[in-house]
Design a protein around this ligand. Structure first.
Ligand code: HEM
Length: 402
């Protein structure tokens, strides 16, 4: 496929991100030995097992998060709620991101990433302590780092450097978890992992607009500030969080200004839905950066900590997931997932309830925080339901909207 037609395809879809990893390889270089990967006609069953394990982690993670908000739900064990973070970051996101990479690379060894992430999550769920659950996660993040080193050696592009740094951030966070430090020391690294991974993908896609050297330099300076903050957080947590917050704000402003999302917002259907999710996510990332700057001294527990974390993890990361699911899931599963207007329901519910949660956090209103946090979890469940319905509609017949 010609480079220009791939560009046009991408611009129309405004998919970006993890999206068409397969197409991405084709974009990497015209001189490279390029193979355009294809949508799998019949993906191996193992992929569905991994997706199911990621789903189980998500559901248990939501359950643990809801209990942590103070809802009196039954729990399988006392330690269960402590593992809300690892279940979300490693069990759900690590497994899915790893699986997407493995599918895109079309080799066996990268499947170690989702397999090890899922093993780590299962260890958590059966009640093993962090020192036994964390090693598979450490190994998964090492493998992810190796993936990006390998990709960079083959296609030396700046976005692979950013993604390799993202994998290293995940590795450091997982080692901190393994070393049994309080989890809030790992959290900035885990946030860095997800933000850098997504930002790297967006940087890659923004190449279609040929950004100037200055614009790219601003991106790299923002990444450098985030990384400086993360490193400093190991010596002086609050100062490090503050600096990382400045970097998060800078990269959010960069994305708001230079990302392709504005272009697709003018279109209809899926491109507009994705653009709305992307832009809303960037706004949440900016809000998160500001909160890290203002409230770094509370970065260990409590309502302000809750707001600092979930503006990033729910507002930014989940908004990205909502945006890209209709593109990524079909590439992994081979199942069509046609866009439906109903997707705006889970996205709207997420953003509205998060707005209320942050208001509750900052206004120190426990009941507002609890109710809106519960609705956050429900919005994620609605996302799953809407996606399953869309897949059913996709397999049943022609595209329908509604
Ligand atoms: C959707 C509903 C969610 C609820 C109800 C929820 C609830 C909570 C609560 C109450 C805390 C403790 C905050 C504190 O100490 O005051 C927490 C911490 C945390 N949450 Fe969430 N959360 C949700 C979603 C997420 C998501 C989607 C992610 C990641 C993608 C995430 C990652 C984390 C992490 C990393 C921590 C800190 C580590 C820890 O202490 O376990 N949460 N969450």
């Amino acid at each position: 496929m010609e480079r220009s037609s791939v560009s046009a395809f991408l611009l129309i879809l405004e998919s970006g991100n993890i999206l068409v990893s397969s197409w991405r390889i084709a974009l990497a270089s015209t001189t490279d030995r390029v193979t355009v990967a294809h949508m799998p006609s019949s993906p191996p069953a193992g992929r569905f097992v991994l997706i199911a394990l990621a789903g189980v982690s998500l559901l248990f993670g939501l359950w643990a998060g809801t209990v942590r908000l103070g809802w009196a739900l039954p729990t399988p064990s006392e330690s269960f709620i402590v593992y809300h973070g690892p279940l979300m970051i490693i069990g759900f996101l690590g497994t899915l991101i790893g699986l997407e990479r493995a599918v895109a690379l079309d080799r066996l060894w990268p499947y170690g990433i989702p397999v090890l992430s899922a093993i780590s999550a299962l260890s958590v769920l059966v009640g093993l302590p962090g020192q036994l659950s964390a090693p598979p996660a450490v190994a998964a993040s090492l493998l992810l780092t190796a993936v990006f080193f390998a990709l960079y050696r083959q296609y030396p592009s700046e976005h692979f450097v950013i993604m390799a740094l993202s994998a290293v951030a995940w590795l450091v966070g997982n080692i901190i978890w393994f070393e049994n430090f309080p989890l809030f020391h790992a959290v900035p690294w885990w946030a860095g992992f997800l933000v850098l991974m997504i930002a790297g993908e967006r940087l890659e896609l923004s190449r279609l607009r040929r950004p100037s050297a200055t614009i790219r330099a601003i991106f790299h300076v923002s990444v450098a500030i985030i990384l400086m903050g993360l490193v400093l957080s190991m010596l002086e947590l609050h100062a490090g969080v503050r600096i990382a917050g400045l970097g998060l704000l800078a990269i959010a402003l960069w994305l708001l200004r230079y990302d392709l999302a504005w272009h697709s917002a003018q279109q209809a259907g899926l491109p507009r839905y994705m653009a709305v999710c992307l832009i809303a996510g960037y706004v949440w990332l900016a809000v998160g950066g500001i909160l890290w700057l203002l409230f770094a001294q509370f970065f260990s527990a409590g309502p302000r900590y809750d707001a600092m974390l979930h503006t990033i993890f729910l507002g930014f990361v989940f908004s990205m997931i909502f945006a890209h699911a209709p593109i990524i899931l079909p590439t992994i599963t081979g199942l069509a997932l046609p866009f439906r207007n109903a997707f705006y329901l889970h996205a709207g519910l997420l953003h509205l309830s998060l707005l209320l949660r942050v208001a509750g956090d900052l206004g120190l209103s426990l009941s507002l925080q609890q109710w809106s946090g519960l609705v956050n979890a429900l919005s994620v469940l609605l996302f799953l339901i809407n996606n399953i319905r869309a897949v059913k509609a996709g397999t049943a017949g022609p595209l329908r909207s509604g």
